[in-house]
Design a protein around this ligand. Structure first.
Ligand code: TYM
Length: 329
């Protein structure tokens, strides 16, 4: 029996090291296990929930595909673009019709992203229903996501259970998979907030395509503190802890152990920068090769969509029937 694993990434900006350690690398581990059937969707529809530029979205979608392939998401993962499978949006509406306004409005991301905005797109509110549709359309069992997506995933499981209870068993109820230590990489300049693709001007964000010089400069300017003795204390020493998390994740040890051999913040920063450059250099090389042939990227996406579409269409047909919609076939 294979396990269906699904995850998605939004093409809203260049991927950063938090995405890599929190989402992509765990995916590579999962893809290496032949018992897993891994689906990875570039969630371009999710990028429409806030103001966006059409040409930039198209470019970022292709960039993300190339980056994921460059990271080694090999032929065993089924990579596709969310909007190329219309069943997602159809199922999203059916799921919206099982969810409540209150459930959507209390999502932390909705509150954060809508706060202080004069105009909020309705899709920002309903976004978790679309994310649930992504997951449930493929009867996914395991959904690897970072901490910031846990609430959305919980809502997806709630909607699956509710639908099954109300209309009959249509959906597999998914469960999350969050890597322990790497689940939250923080911004280097503001280690109390998570590192984000769109972090202010990117000063505290390590993008996967940052040149070695930029990496060294950004890490050197990371916030630490005046205590010369390094200890792993996320609550009181968030800057040092964040660097320890990064170093540990990049070198395959725990954050605490990563600090063992290192004396002082300058040495810690040098070690983090070196580990980052070492990890990213081969990815960047493959990225340059892949983007040299955009037609090949499109063909990878076409085959990905062809392989997965049937499953999604079947689930939606079952959901439609269970909800009482007429079938003409
Ligand atoms: P997105 O694109 O914001 O993020 C993609 C993945 O990266 C994780 N992540 C992080 N992990 C650790 N540290 C960070 N600083 C960090 N920043 C981001 C996220 O938790 C996520 O796993 N709605 C989703 C995309 C999506 C999806 C799905 C995910 C669409 N459909 C279905 C799972 C299943 C999103 O916006 O992720």
């Amino acid at each position: 029996m294979t396990t269906r694993v699904f995850t998605g990434l939004k093409p809203t900006g260049q991927l950063q090291i938090g995405n890599y350690l929190g989402a992509i690398r765990p995916l590579l581990d999962l893809a290496a296990d032949p018992d897993n059937d891994l689906l990875v969707s570039v969630a371009d529809l999710h990028a429409l929930t806030v103001q966006h530029d059409p040409a930039r979205l198209r470019a970022l979608t292709l960039e993300m595909v190339a980056t994921l392939l460059a990271c080694g998401l090999n032929a065993r993962a089924k990579l596709f673009v969310q909007s190329s499978i219309p069943a997602h949006t159809e199922l999203s509406y059916l799921l919206e019709s099982t969810a409540t306004y209150g459930e959507m409005a209390r999502m932390i991301q909705f509150k954060e992203k809508s706060r202080g905005q004069e105009s909020v797109r309705l899709s920002l509110l309903t976004y978790p229903a679309l994310m649930a549709a992504d997951i449930l359309a493929y009867q996914s069992e395991v959904v690897p996501v970072g901490d910031d997506q846990r609430q959305h995933l919980e809502l997806a499981t709630t909607l699956a259970r509710r639908f099954n209870g109300t209309y009959g068993d249509v959906f597999t109820v998914p469960r999350g998979a969050t890597p322990a230590e790497t689940a939250r990489v923080k911004d280097l300049r503001d280690p109390t907030t998570k590192m984000g693709k769109s972090g202010a001007a990117g000063a505290g964000v390590i993008f996967l395509r940052d040149e070695p010089d930029a990496i060294v400069a950004k890490v050197r300017r990371a916030v630490t503190d005046n205590n010369p003795t390094l200890t792993y204390d996320p609550r009181n020493r968030s800057g040092v802890a964040n660097l320890a998390v990064l170093l540990g994740a990049l070198t395959g040890s725990s954050p605490g152990a990563a600090l063992d051999e290192i004396q002082g913040a300058a040495a810690l920063k040098a070690a983090v920068a070196e580990a980052l450059v070492e990890t990213l250099a081969p990815i960047q090389k493959r990225y340059r090769e892949l983007t040299a042939d955009p037609a090949e990227l499109l063909s990878v996406l076409r085959s990905g969509a062809e392989v997965v579409a049937g499953d999604a269409v079947k689930t939606v047909a079952n959901a439609r029937e269970a909800m009482g919609l007429l079938s003409l076939h």
